[in-house]
Design a protein around this ligand. Structure first.
Ligand SMILES: [Zn+2]
Length: 452
């Protein structure tokens, strides 16, 4: 299959952040074959099977979200106003009562929303993440998937005690390794596995070592929430500083995607940077918790930073804006970062965090054809004085019109091809109602009281 998208503005996000007016992109099979001037490519590739008129539109790389929990869309409207409490009041308790098919349909809804808004790659880590793999495969999205493990004994946790449980650990590691064995490399490599932990206070040394062994044996990346408000807890439980503990058991290094890292001092930033650990920065989610990671300091020290959505949300344009706003508020400096840098953080930089920058993240010949076409002839996007600045500050998921992944059309005219939108919305709503009814019956309300 070949597609020529022409008479358009191409935002390449290549090394020089080149923007081509009156440009074109030619896609052959799963790869970008040529990028350049519309007239020249029109003559050269007049045999293209499909020609898309891109006038009034922008072609840019698909967004890469280095951190997601798609099934957590179930918490929308119940988690946003309760600060750091959702883990103990909502996430862990819900994992005990939600049915697998409910989690599955809610995850499918979230993946559909992500595609609709131009997100072409995610790192998805969650309890029972393998439930989402079949839909991820059929939807066409590119993904690293991992079972997000902990080895806490939940009954002890309900009494306020942290007890690591060998039986839980074995079950969790089996589940994580099983997903990797069954799914890593599937769909021509579009699906990869990742070894993932919830955090450090919820992981024994043996659990982290088990993840590291699994990752090394299969050549996988690792990911964990780090530096996200558990510094004192890690010290108390493990008797070590948080990143000493992470480093001692294999959870720092150039193959590790650390998530959040907003509770870090200068020394800790040095440890992260020197270890080569990458950061999945989730500014949209974290700003609602009153937190922002010091990404300017991290980048200055050579740390690779990329953006992620995290929970509940699906409009990636919001993440770009939150990245800019939170960095500027933190620094009290309105000129920190630019729209162009924010777009890079959400595409090529996030691809680098996932180890995929040779394949995706920019529009360049030879790379995988993972791209989105945004219609600029819409309310809120006119005038287009500068395509990148206009998109980053004013774009929305609903402005995305066409999305390709591996050269395949996954969104056409704003419609996700792999799902019946109305049916999915209705089924996900019913699934969430059923899960919350069970939650409420079990815990006596919409918030459980596991102690922090
Ligand atoms: Zn998370």
């Amino acid at each position: 299959m070949s597609i020529l998208i022409t008479n358009t503005t191409v935002v390449t996000v290549d090394e020089t952040h080149r923007v081509i007016e009156n440009g074109a992109v030619y896609v052959e099979k799963d790869r970008i074959a040529a990028v350049g001037d519309a007239q020249a490519l029109g003559e050269q590739y007049s045999m293209a099977e499909t020609v898309v008129d891109g006038s009034g539109k922008v072609v840019m790389p698909g967004f890469v979200s280095a951190h997601n929990h798609v099934g957590y869309a179930v918490f929308r409207g119940r988690a946003e106003d309760i600060g750091h409490a959702p883990t103990h009041r909502l996430y862990l308790p819900m994992s005990g009562v939600i049915a697998q098919e409910e989690r599955q349909v809610i995850g499918a809804l979230a993946v559909t929303e992500l595609l609709r808004g131009g997100v072409t790659t995610i790192l998805e880590m969650e309890e029972d993440a393998e439930l989402f793999a079949p839909f991820i495969e059929s939807s066409g999205i590119r993904a690293l998937i991992g079972v997000m493990v902990n080895d806490l004994n939940l009954e002890a946790l309900a009494r306020g005690e942290t007890v690591f449980d060998g039986a839980v650990r074995d079950q969790q590691l089996d589940q994580a390794n099983g997903l990797a064995e069954r799914w890593h490399g599937r769909a021509d490599g579009r699906i990869q596995a990742v070894m993932a932990a919830t955090g450090l206070s919820t992981s024994s040394p043996e659990l982290l070592q088990g993840l590291r062994q699994g990752a090394d044996a299969k050549g996988l990346r690792l990911s964990a929430h780090l530096g996200f408000g558990e510094r004192d807890l890690v010290q108390r439980i493990h008797g070590m500083a948080q990143f000493d503990y992470a480093g001692a058991h294999g959870m720092l290094g150039p193959d590790v995607v650390a998530v959040h890292c907003y509770e870090v001092d200068d020394d800790e930033v040095n440890i992260l940077a020197q270890s080569g650990t990458h950061l999945a920065h989730c500014p949209h989610m974290n700003q609602f918790r009153g937190e922002v990671a010091p990404i300017q300091a991290m980048r200055a020290k050579g740390m690779q930073v990329g953006l992620g959505i995290d929970n509940y949300f699906s409009d990636y344009f919001e993440v770009l804006r939150s990245c800019l706003a939170s960095a500027r508020i933190r620094a009290h400096d309105p000129e920190i970062l630019s729209a162009s840098e924010a777009l890079a953080l959400g595409t090529i930089d996030a691809a680098r965090v996932l180890g995929l920058d040779q394949e995706i993240g920019s529009i360049e010949p030879g790379k995988k054809a993972d791209l989105q076409v945004v219609n600029m002839q819409r309310l809120g996007l006119t005038p287009v004085n500068d395509p990148v600045t206009t998109l980053v500050y004013h774009g929305h998921a609903k402005d995305v019109e066409l999305v390709l992944i591996d050269g395949k059309v996954v969104v056409a005219e704003g419609v996700v091809q792999s799902a019946d939108e109305e049916d999915l919305i209705s089924r996900a709503g019913l699934a969430a109602d059923a899960a919350w009814a069970r939650f409420s019956q079990h815990y006596g309300g919409f918030s459980a009281a596991l102690p922090n």
